[in-house]
Design a protein around this ligand. Structure first.
Ligand code: FRU
Length: 524
């Protein structure tokens, strides 16, 4: 009898504990990634500060995203490399910190590669990951670390730094390393003041200076940071390629503050020669919040895509954006391609990765072949409400007309973000002057534009995720990425036409699913 009641009591206890754990998980999961402004399908750290994406590399079925991270607070501070892994660049699994500060300094931005042939000797004849980063301490110097267990743990090279600091160059950082096939060596692009310096190596350890690029070229408003260098086919033709040198500038970019520019040219393994005139500037993105862009290394050639992620923020106000638990997010991954534009020049085109389709959920609105007039009341999107969605549209202007979309709108709150095309000014714009709930920086308000001339059809793909919008126009020839901070109540949409009418060839709005639902288990 005694034994029986003991068994019953134990069972009751076990059931009690299990249900308490499950209820707790449920409650925590309900709160996980649901804070105000929290991106739902973009990467952001669980807690604390993030800036640049670092060490982006694909290896053995996994995409690695490291990032500049201050685990001690929500402002920039001592830098570590945070880490996350994904199988599809959609759902990310948070991993422990990969690299932490040491006696040589804190860990600034850099890249990672797969050392397939064990050129470094770290992998006992096999292969593994090598990260190349800046140690920021007394001066800025370049160091390396390696991982023999698919990026789970990292060992810093005992002979660090591999490139010592240069007393004459204060800003000397952000090494991007790639394998250069033709010359069969590693090449490093390093930001140095307002230039890029190239280094070469056989083993990722011993580096020799090769050349430099940038004197007086492109935008020079601030120091150059976070370069990237890669070769791409033009219009998909593998026999006709060019090199793209992507360079970020800390200040003086197109929408104010920090931004990303690029040069197209030739790279022979030693030096980069730009096809552009020195005064030409090519912006990768015309919004205010696309910085420190980097592309994945080692994506298999069967896939063949060049995929980029940037920090969706701007140094003008990054430390003050009104988020609480965390600060900073990554842009949605984009495919970067070189194509001949309508005007005949070769340009970078960008589009969201196709994996986006896996989280495209409910259709919220769809029309085809409909004329919309300025006088039409109510607006066709009157009944749609959304704050995490994609919008695709093709709109024909049969006459000079200004039109656009308003998103994250609420009359009551007096908020809206406008994504419009102005025929009179021949430009696409994002206007976020009424997009913030909280006046946190004098630099935030603004209207960001890109000129699109002589077109009568505007094709647009917009991604909206709580506190960000990414606008890809004309098949990705023009891109605007901006943060927004509307109140949670502002979920309305509007399609407006000023003076005249447009023909909507197609317009579709679909909600997007959160990528963080499964994340609830990673916090236990
Ligand atoms: C770019 C940058 C890099 C540097 C890092 C420090 O945003 O300034 O040049 O390595 O951030 O966090």
């Amino acid at each position: 009898m005694r034994k029986k009641s003991l068994i019953i009591m134990s069972l009751v206890l076990i059931v009690g504990i299990v249900s308490a754990v499950l209820i707790n998980r449920y409650i925590v999961s309900k709160k996980y990634y649901t804070e105000e402004y929290r991106p739902q399908f973009h990467f952001s750290p669980e807690k604390n500060w993030m800036n640049d994406p670092n060490g982006m590399v694909y290896y053995e079925g996994e995409y690695h995203l490291f990032y500049q991270h201050n685990p001690h607070g929500t402002e920039w501070g001592p830098m570590y490399w945070g880490h996350a892994i994904s199988k599809d660049m959609i759902e990310w699994e948070h991993r422990p910190i990969a690299l932490e500060p040491d006696e040589l300094g804190t860990i600034f931005s850099g890249s990672a590669v797969v050392d397939w042939n064990d050129t470094s000797g770290f992998f006992d004849g096999g292969h593994g990951l090598v990260a190349i980063f800046t140690h920021n301490g007394e001066g800025q110097k370049q160091s390396i670390a390696y991982s023999k267990d698919k990026g789970r743990t990292w060992e810093k090279y005992e002979g660090n730094p591999v490139i010592p600091s240069d007393p004459d160059i204060r800003d000397f950082r952000d090494p991007k390393v790639l394998w250069h096939d033709k010359t069969e060596k590693w090449v490093m692009a390093l930001a140095a003041g307002k230039k890029i310096m190239f280094y070469g190596s056989d083993n990722l350890i011993d580096w020799e200076f090769l050349s430099e690029f940038g004197e007086g070229a492109g935008a020079q408003g601030g120091v150059w940071e976070c370069p990237d260098l890669f070769e791409l086919p033009i219009d998909g033709d593998p026999n006709n390629t060019k090199w793209v040198l992507q360079v970020d500038i800390g200040d003086g970019a197109i929408a104010g503050g920090s931004g990303a520019q690029y040069f197209i040219g030739e790279f022979d393994g030693t030096s980069f020669v730009s096809d552009d005139n020195p005064e030409d500037i090519n912006w990768l993105d015309y919004g205010a919040d696309f910085y420190a862009a980097q592309s994945f290394s080692d994506i298999p050639s069967e896939d063949g895509r060049r995929i980029m992620i940037a920090w969706m923020n701007n140094w003008l106000y990054a430390n003050r954006i009104p988020t609480e638990e965390w600060r900073g997010a990554a842009s949605f991954p984009r495919v970067i391609e070189l194509k001949t534009s309508k005007k005949g020049d070769i340009k970078v085109f960008q589009k969201p990765i196709k994996e986006l389709d896996t989280i495209t959920k409910t259709e919220l609105f769809k029309i085809e072949n409909q004329v919309v007039k300025a006088s039409d009341i109510p607006n066709i999107l009157e009944d749609v409400e959304a704050d995490v969605f994609q919008l695709t549209a093709e709109i024909v202007m049969e006459e000079p007309v200004n039109f656009g979309f308003k998103v994250r709108k609420s009359e009551e709150e007096g908020e809206e973000t406008v994504i419009g095309y102005s025929h009179s000014e021949q430009e696409l714009f994002v206007k976020r002057t009424q997009s913030d709930d909280d006046y946190f920086s004098p630099y935030f308000n603004g209207r960001h534009t890109v000129s699109i001339e002589d077109e009568n059809i505007i094709k647009i793909h917009i991604l909206v995720d709580k506190s960000s919008i990414e606008v890809f126009a004309q098949n990705g020839e023009f891109v605007i990425t901006d943060l927004i901070f509307p109140s949670g109540k502002s979920k309305g949409l509007e399609f407006y036409v000023e003076n005249g009418e447009v023909l909507i060839n197609s317009l579709e709005i679909k909600s997007l699913q959160s990528i963080w639902k499964k994340g609830m288990f990673s916090i236990f």
